[in-house]
Design a protein around this ligand. Structure first.
Ligand code: ATP
Ligand code: MG
Length: 151
């Protein structure tokens, strides 16, 4: 199935608009003139991947923060990244965030009501698409999750 990542991201932004506004977090796609990015993928599954990553980037961001989805064309694939300028994740936790039920700050993140399954599902779905997810984070600066999907 061919999926247009630009349309998909815009749809998800609309769905999450309220949540983002409540936290004064801005949502952006880069490059902003990009109209189409067609990849071979299961649309419903990739929707789930993007929703999880974008929701996290909103939920764990600072009040007034930014979320940027970047889509970059390569020879045989598109490279997608979801970046926030929130508090970041320290090295010791970073190694474990893709584990089921793993949450960084138990007491704090309990308030934001998650189960700790989101990233485990994201990893599983991308693996089933023959690809993988990487994360880079700097404490106090933010976090970026990246993956590629075949054209
Ligand atoms: P769920 O997604 O099931 O609702 P969750 O968001 O807690 O719950 P994950 O999405 O798997 O679970 O994320 C695991 C943990 O990683 C989170 O609890 C949070 O501590 C941390 N985390 C995830 N994304 C970010 C991010 N963008 N910035 C900072 N911390 C993050
Ligand atoms: Mg989550």
């Amino acid at each position: 199935e061919k999926v247009n990542l630009v349309d998909l991201t815009r749809e998800i932004f609309e769905r999450l608009e309220k949540v983002a506004q409540d936290r004064s977090v801005s949502l952006k796609i880069k490059p902003d003139k990009l109209e189409s990015a067609l990849v071979i993928a299961d649309k419903q599954r990739i929707d789930q991947v993007m929703v999880n990553l974008i929701s996290n980037a909103i939920k764990y961001n600072n009040e007034g923060g930014k979320v940027v989805v970047s889509i970059e064309e390569e020879k045989k694939s598109f490279s997608i990244s979801v970046k926030d300028n929130g508090p970041g994740i320290s090295q010791e936790h970073l190694a474990r965030i893709f584990e089921r039920f793993y949450r960084v700050d138990k007491s704090r993140s309990r308030d934001s009501g998650g189960t700790g399954l989101g990233l485990a599902i994201v990893k599983h779905i991308l693996n089933a698409h023959g690809t993988s997810i990487t994360v880079m984070s700097q404490v106090g600066k933010g976090t970026v999750f990246s993956f590629k999907l075949a054209k």
